[in-house]
Design a protein around this ligand. Structure first.
Ligand code: ATP
Ligand code: MG
Length: 748
């Protein structure tokens, strides 16, 4: 449970303590008239989150009282969204329309109490009679109808004897109330329209104000949480329940500020307009702020939930910067996504002094990401680089390839340009280059200084892919609607080139394309024949102000924080020295730990439990630090001991480091010991050679073509087999063992 409580949780706790409720029941009550958007995610996280935190329940209720705009495809989209975010509603999906009969009876009861009447003013007159903020309203002459007459008219309304708009049912409250919502609010109106669930059974439909409080009551809701615009309706909510005498264990309404995000429109009505006008490809267009859109773009549900957690719950409206949402997914993928090489706009290079071919071993992850995995990169004399990574007349500070400046091919060699070949129009069509044979990545003895490393692909083995580059749908910070849509929000590149492992091994669905951003295999259009990748987000925040870049000065151990250089205190410096010199931590991790007293003391405790400095440091500097962003040490659900146990399990090869991340998430959430979590979830790493062998045999039996190709010399398929085995075990197989066993099996 989040200990830094928001006002809603504070209230819920008070109520539980005071015994007002023994059980917390909330609900998420969308109207099924469009796809849910990121604002709904906030409401979902609040309602389901509170129910989870207090061991209560949350209902999913379709607020389907308006038959003209609602549709079952939206019901499905809403269910999908809630499930995707990882929440479970209590029982079946509920519908306000299930309660139409009871609502009708409650309305009758109000009439019989003299608290509601059938009004026959026109819509316009009703508006006029309501008055204004400064003028009191005037009661309709029909308000004096007798109870008998009202009963009869309301029954006839139900039977369908009147046309739309001819009569309405209104509560009799106070036409001069300062809060205009209390000026005899409408309870029912006539609509001769088929309802998607009740068909033509009803031709009168209840208004939100009447249906909502009663549906909450019927479902036994304890806390009815909604957005601020309903603040003035709360008195009606209370009036209806109190007047009907529904006061035992009745629900109360609480309001929070709705989520607004810049650079987008959010209301379902405006989003529907984008869809209907064909300005986007559908509700799930990856540029849409709908959950279906984010999902297709490649956002993970965790990143959305995490975002909703970080924005907090307030009572005052504000606008959240969309960069914060982008940060949430970037932050997650930075620690999870394999790095691979893709070239969007290829420029061919022939390396004249290179003969033959080789496979270069290249790690999928940089050093500071505690994940492991390698692939083999085919290399030979014909390669492609990004056109932008060569400049014949470079500006100052251009660090990439020029006629006089060599560059490193990432994971490979240093090359230098020997000749620029152009077509008749002067466009560069190819480069000739030389490589330095002794400059291989990891064993460079060339002594050549380069200023950067660039991505590349080998011509022969590269695969063609389609890349969809998405940008914000609106350039305007507060767009009004479809007329403001940005023409640059989608760029399609049909023949980008990517290294073969990405397509062959299917290691993951989300990748970092080196230097380009994070990308996601489109869940709908992707096929092996025609792979399609969506850009999820760039590597850096590119829209906001650029962080000042001040070079950290190593000698003085100054480190950059938010663009400013802050010197270390003496004590911090001593930690830093100890971490880097004695424990062998890299300077980035050492810096993070040394500068935060909570992290350094937590780290020291973990080391007392288990002496494995580097993996523990990584976990404390990343995972634990993330938890401590909005918590104190005391509020953590786990201690140093649990973290040490977790790392020990990885080192003992009981779980993989990938699974360890998930175990950590669970630990942070539930406070369970890592062993218990691994037991319950069945996440034990599979290290039994017999089990692994049988899976390998199956993979081999299923892929005779690839086996033949491998045996004929296509050794790069090795990664494919390993990948398939890992996939078959949902990542639980011990990767080292799989490598060994696959090797043995393929040789036999
Ligand atoms: P829209 O204006 O986009 O159509 P709505 O408020 O009409 O939204 P509903 O389907 O009635 O949408 O909303 C279901 C629940 O989600 C309600 O409790 C509503 O308050 C909440 N909700 C809707 N939009 C937001 C938002 N931007 N931020 C937080 N909660 C929201
Ligand atoms: Mg609405």
């Amino acid at each position: 449970m989040n200990e830094s409580k928001d006002f809603l949780r504070t209230k819920v706790e008070e109520d539980l303590k005071a015994g007002r409720y023994t059980h917390v029941v909330t609900r998420f009550p969308p109207e099924p008239n469009g796809y849910p958007h990121i604002g709904h995610a906030k409401s979902i996280c609040i309602n389901f989150g509170i129910a989870n935190d207090y061991h209560g329940e949350c209902n999913l209720r379709m607020d389907d009282t308006n038959p003209t705009t609602e549709d079952t495809q939206y019901v499905e989209a809403l269910k999908d969204a809630v499930e995707w975010l990882g929440f479970e509603w209590e029982g079946g999906v509920r519908y306000t329309s299930d309660y139409f009969e009871r609502l009708y009876e409650y309305a009758m009861q109000l009439i019989k109490m003299g608290k509601a009447y059938v009004d026959s003013l026109s819509e316009e007159e009703i508006r006029e009679y309501r008055g204004s903020v400064t003028l009191p309203g005037k009661r309709s002459k029909y308000a004096t109808r007798s109870i008998e007459e009202n009963v009869e008219l309301f029954e006839r309304m139900k039977k369908g004897e009147f046309a739309d708009g001819q009569h309405v049912l209104r509560a009799k409250i106070d036409m001069s109330a300062a809060n205009m919502q209390l000026r005899d609010p409408l309870l029912y109106r006539i609509r001769h329209t088929s309802h998607q669930r009740t068909g033509d059974t009803w031709c009168i439909y209840p208004m939100y104000d009447f249906a909502h409080c009663l549906s909450d009551y019927i479902e036994g809701i304890s806390h009815s949480i909604c957005t601020l615009e309903f603040e003035n309706n709360r008195v009606i909510y209370d009036w209806i329940l109190d007047t009907l005498g529904l006061t035992q264990q009745r629900p109360y309404q609480y309001e929070f500020a709705r989520l607004n995000i810049n650079y987008t429109v959010m209301s379902k009505r405006k989003l529907l307009e984008l869809v209907n006008k064909g300005l986007v490809s559908g509700w799930d267009d990856p540029r849409m702020p709908t959950l279906a859109g984010y999902r297709r773009r490649g956002y993970t549900p965790q990143s959305i939930v995490h975002f909703c957690d970080t924005i907090g719950i307030a009572k005052a409206n504000s606008i959240v910067d969309v960069a914060q949402l982008e940060f949430a997914i970037r932050d997650e993928l930075n620690l999870a996504a394999p790095r691979v090489m893709c070239v969007l706009n290829p420029l061919k290079i022939t390396i004249e002094n290179y003969e033959g071919s080789e496979l270069l071993e290249a790690s999928y992850y940089p050093e500071d990401v505690p994940k492991e995995g390698v692939r083999l990169l085919p290399f030979s004399k014909e390669i492609f680089i990004e056109r932008e990574d060569f400049d014949e007349n470079p500006p100052k500070d251009y660090y990439r390839l020029t006629p006089t400046q060599p560059v490193r091919l990432k994971h490979a060699y240093i090359i230098e340009c020997k000749e620029v070949i152009k077509d008749t129009t002067g466009k560069i069509i190819q480069l000739k280059a030389h490589y330095y044979p002794n400059s291989k990545s990891g064993e460079d003895r060339s002594g050549i200084k380069v200023k950067s490393a660039i991505q590349w692909v080998e011509e022969k083995s590269a695969k063609e892919i389609e890349v969809r580059l998405y940008d914000r749908l609106f350039e305007d910070e507060s767009p009004k609607g479809s007329e403001d849509i940005s023409p640059y929000s989608l760029k399609i590149i049909r023949n980008a080139l990517i290294e073969p492992a990405v397509i062959d091994t299917k290691l993951d669905e989300r990748f970092q394309f080196e230097r380009l951003g994070y990308f996601y295999a489109d869940p709908i259009d992707y096929s092996d024949k025609h792979p399609v990748f969506n850009k999820i987000v760039g590597l850096k925040e590119s829209w906001g102000k650029k962080a000042q870049s001040t070079q950290p000065n190593k000698m003085e151990k100054k480190v950059q924080i938010d663009g400013k250089v802050v010197p270390m205190s003496q004590a911090q410096h001593a930690f830093f020295e100890h971490y880097t010199h004695t424990l062998g931590l890299n300077s980035e991790i050492a810096n993070t730990l040394a500068r935060d007293e909570r992290l350094s003391s937590f780290y020291a405790q973990t080391l007392e439990e288990f002496n494995s400095p580097i993996p523990l440091a990584n976990t404390v500097a990343n995972e634990v630090a993330r938890e401590l962003k909005d918590k104190t040490l005391k509020e953590l659900k786990f201690g140093a001991k649990e973290v040490a146990q977790l790392i020990k399990m990885v080192e003992d090869e009981i779980i993989s480091s990938k699974i360890a991340k998930e175990v950590f998430e669970e630990m942070a959430k539930s406070g369970e010991a890592p062993q218990t979590i691994v037991q319950i979830k069945g996440w034990m790493q599979i290290s039994n050679p017999q089990i692994l062998q049988s899976i390998i045999d199956e993979v081999i039996a299923k892929n005779p073509d690839n086996v033949a190709k491998y045996k004929a010399g296509n050794t790069k398929l090795f990664g494919f087999f390993v990948g398939e085995v890992l996939k078959a075990t949902s990542g639980k197989a011990n990767p080292k063992m799989v490598n060994e066993l696959v090797g043995k099996t393929l040789q036999s």
